[in-house]
Design a protein around this ligand. Structure first.
Ligand code: MG
Length: 404
């Protein structure tokens, strides 16, 4: 699947997510980057932030700990390449850079998975700065008084730095090779060691690092507040029933045994089409026909899960979460009840949601109308999505323009 590039640059962008830690200091039996945070893992928040911005994502993970499966609220999981980490952070970054050499991106953003609150605005700013100067890091001026051994230090020119840090790929890959025998705590430090200037861009106070258990609670409250724009979208679809003649009847991504099938350009899965429209509606992204034209030969007999995954990815690109989806299938036959749990698990799986966030129901129309006469099957869907109130500066300006 190709990602929609929204960085406003023609440069090839890669994200390298460092998630190789063991969580020994955090005091949990699982690495902290795998801990759940509002429906997905800390690592997934970090990777999802690059959705639509990075051409490729490499996550360097600890091979001793299995990655958590499922429990995502939408996302671009299939675009991530997982690489085994090393003994140190620096070695893990080197492994990640090595994995990117084949595709050789122009710019790589190196990010610690333990900072799940990074925003797309920050990523775009860093990409622009690194394209200019070769290296850029987010930095925050120190505002607290700093004391060393009981003595007050000057705060002048004192900054704390965050990740992601953005670099010209060839530059940082070369420096990691050159300085592999010296130890550094971040990647910008390798540039400093080599006399290469690092541009400072404004860091974000909310871009906190999950270090202690209380940081996880703080991240949860910051993210809840950020994704407070609750939207609902509705979708409706109908397809005609025709004799099966060997073609499977697809509903909600599952082949259901029946003497009839649904007719259409794609696999005619009315359930997934209604749900795709509901998700697109919730984020104001038009309808399924705009994204996947019924006259386009590419979508002839297409698997409709492709349409639904695309809609889910658009939600992630907007920094959003799918809170809940609900599908109602309207037909006299086949009977849906025996397949309900399978359909629910299938939709949950396509959307990377826990099944508790997916509802599948069915009804008849008591023999009335086209569904009652068994001429076709109708499906209705409602999706509830949580978006950031103000996600990008551009979107904010657009809304202010409307408000004035
Ligand atoms: Mg349809």
């Amino acid at each position: 699947m190709t990602l929609n590039k929204q960085t406003g640059t023609d440069k090839k962008i890669a994200a390298l997510i460092v998630a190789g830690g063991s969580g020994a200091r955090f005091g949990s039996d699982m690495p902290k980057q795998y801990l759940p945070l509002l429906g997905k893992s800390v690592l997934q928040w970090s990777t999802d932030a690059f959705s639509g911005l990075a051409d490729e994502i490499v996550a360097v993970v600890n091979p001793d700990y299995p990655r958590p499966q499922g429990a995502r609220c939408g996302g671009a999981g299939e675009n991530i390449k997982y690489v085994a980490g090393g003994a140190t952070r620096q070695q893990s970054v080197r492994n990640g850079l090595a994995a990117l050499r084949a595709t050789k991106p122009d710019i790589v953003l190196i990010h610690d998975a333990a900072r799940p609150l990074l925003t797309q605005d920050l990523i775009k700013t860093l990409v622009a700065a690194a394209a200019q100067s070769g290296a850029a890091t987010p930095a925050l001026p120190v505002t607290d008084t700093v004391k060393r051994n009981g003595k007050t230090e000057s705060r002048e020119n004192l900054f704390t730095v965050q990740t992601p840090q953005a670099f010209d790929f060839t530059l940082i890959d070369g420096l990691h090779e050159k300085y592999k025998d010296r130890s550094f705590t971040d990647d910008a430090a390798l540039c400093e060691a080599d006399g290469q200037e690092v541009a400072l861009v404004a860091g974000q106070p909310d871009n906190i690092k999950i270090t202690h258990p209380q940081d996880l609670a703080r991240a949860e409250s910051l993210l809840s507040a950020r994704n407070g724009d609750v939207r609902t979208g509705q979708g409706y679809d109908v397809h005609r029933l025709v004799p099966a003649q060997g073609k499977k009847l697809m509903l909600c991504g599952v082949a259901i045994p029946h003497d009839f099938t649904l007719e259409g350009h794609s696999d005619a899965d009315a359930g997934l089409h209604a749900l795709t429209d509901a998700l697109l509606a919730a984020i104001g992204a038009g309808d399924i026909g705009q994204h996947f034209s019924p006259s386009d030969p590419r979508w002839k007999d297409a698997d409709s899960t492709v349409f639904l995954k695309h809609a889910a990815e658009l939600v992630t690109t907007q920094g959003g979460l799918i809170a809940h989806v609900d599908v109602t299938i309207v037909c006299e036959a086949p009977k849906i009840a025996p397949h309900r749990a399978v359909l629910q698990r299938r939709v949950a799986n396509i959307l990377n949601l826990p099944p508790s966030r997916v509802s599948i129901k069915a009804t008849t129309t008591e023999g009335l109308g086209f569904t009652g006469r068994r001429e076709g099957i109708a499906a209705q869907a409602i999706a509830t999505v949580r978006l950031p109130f103000v996600f990008s500066t551009a979107q904010n300006n657009e809304e202010l323009k409307w408000a004035s």
